[in-house]
Design a binder for this molecule. Structure first.
Ligand code: SF4
Length: 449
């Protein structure tokens, strides 16, 4: 039986890199570690257990782990109880090698080993006969279907995240996710609904359904993603439903129709990663759609759900991308007019096909293209923001804002609204607000009586 007092009331600190999936995983890790008497702390200096929840999607991921772990070397010399581990995508990718390359580490656990974290930590606290702590690696993919995981959130507040599926089978040539998160596996609809009802009973009003490719969701009873959304809208008390990430090739008319029908619950916000605006580049990325097909999906969505907000992911400087091909990405954002873009310079990832392409774009050229794309988007975002001024819109109140003395809430389009004179009894309520000024990242408003 697992010792329920592994933590002995001492601190655990987790530093989190990367996407929303990782933020959600960190919450899960903290929930599990609290159950064995660790106490979350805000700084590594107060901790006896430090975990780096790593991401390998962006640049120099392994280097980031080495450099953060290196900073803890001195702390470890002073505190013999300190254990340091790495989870997330870099852990999954590097496994045993990470322990060899970074001697300060005690344990490495992969993306499918999170639920074993208390056991892994317990092992890491065991001393070997030579008096040194045991080093632990747990990084095997669990491939059984369905994927079963109870949502663990300590203080969900008004809005929280719920995993509905994990992994990806698409193998875009730039992306490491299929290698670090494994094959697609979905949770059963029953399990998701049970979680959502429990969260609603705890006061949650809004959920974001998470998966690397939510449109591929398929429950054990063959329900697809559109059916899942419809069932959540009809059968739970959750008031607002968001989801991320969608794959354009799998976004179909049925999903648009369900989103339109249950518009009061399914939010007017869709993140639809394009990655490039050029068909040849999209082909080399193995995205499964052309520029024209992507634009046809945008039209289908906007025709079915007028006023819906679109955001996207884009990569500049993909191997072989010419200036003309890059300009097609610039023209795509001008044509679609996204509310927001998440744009990155291409950087090679281990195991991926594109890393072996020989026609890599020089770094300074990638930088120039990124700067240009962001500048064009800035203009678009400022223009679009003006459309919000003087409108009255429903806002779900979340609580105090970062800005002193203000409260904040969110529109169905995922826009944050700051306002004065907020009170705690407003939290969790949806109220009408008149927008008095609008900027790309924040709106300001006042309660519309
Ligand atoms: S769809 Fe492509 S970019 Fe998205 S997680 Fe899968 S492989 Fe990566």
């Amino acid at each position: 039986m697992l010792n329920q007092n592994i933590g002995q009331g001492e601190g655990v600190y987790i530093s989190t890199y990367g996407c929303q999936m990782n933020v959600n995983d960190t919450e899960r890790m903290l929930s599990l570690l609290e159950m064995v008497n660790f106490v979350p702390v805000e700084t590594p200096e107060k901790a006896s257990l430090i975990i780096i929840n790593s991401c390998s999607v962006r640049e120099k991921p392994v280097h980031k782990v080495h450099s953060e772990a290196g900073k803890y070397q001195k702390m470890k010399e002073k505190n013999p109880r300190l254990r340091i581990g790495v989870g997330g995508c870099v852990a999954q990718q590097e496994k045993q090698k990470l322990l060899k390359d970074v001697p300060v580490l005690d344990f490495v656990f992969g993306t499918d080993a999170i639920d074993k974290l208390p056991e892994i930590v317990a092992q890491a606290y065991e001393l070997q006969p030579n008096g040194y702590p045991q080093k632990v690696v747990s990084a095997r993919f669990e491939n059984e279907k369905p994927y079963s995981v109870e949502t663990l959130v300590r203080n969900p507040g008004v809005s929280t995240f719920v995993n509905i599926m994990k992994g990806c089978d698409n193998f875009c040539t730039f992306c490491v996710v299929p290698f670090t998160r494994g094959r697609e596996r979905s949770r059963t609809m029953k399990e998701i609904l049970t979680d959502l009802n429990a969260l609603a009973a705890r006061g949650v009003k809004e959920v974001t359904l998470l998966g690397q490719n939510v449109n591929s969701y398929e429950s054990d009873c063959s329900a697809n993603f559109a059916t899942l959304l419809k069932t959540i809208a009809e059968d739970t008390k959750i008031e607002r439903i968001r989801y991320t990430t969608s794959h354009p090739k799998d976004f179909d008319q049925e999903l648009v129709d369900i989103s339109a029908k249950y518009r009061s619950k399914i939010c007017d916000y869709i993140h639809l990663p394009a990655q490039s605006g050029n068909t040849e580049v999209l082909k080399r990325m193995n995205r499964g759609y052309s520029r024209e097909e992507y634009l046809a999906k945008v039209k289908m969505i906007r025709d079915g759900i007028p006023g819906v907000i679109l955001t996207t992911d884009l990569i500049v400087g993909f191997p072989g991308e010419t200036e003309e091909q890059f300009e097609d990405t610039v023209s795509l954002i001008r044509e679609v007019r996204y509310d927001n873009i998440y744009a990155f310079k291409y950087s090679p990832r281990p195991f991926t096909k594109a890393a072996k392409y020989e026609d890599q774009v020089p770094e300074d050229e990638k930088q120039r293209r990124l700067a240009k794309l962001l500048e064009v988007q800035r203009e678009i975002a400022f223009e679009l923001a003006k459309d919000y001024e003087n409108i009255t819109t429903d806002v779900l109140i979340e609580g105090p804002a970062r800005e002193e003395g203000l409260y904040q809430g969110r529109t169905t389009q995922n826009k944050i609204v700051y306002f004065k004179d907020g009170t705690t009894d407003m939290i969790g309520k949806t109220m009408p607000f008149k927008i008095t000024s609008a900027f790309p990242n924040v709106l300001r408003g006042e309660f519309a009586h």
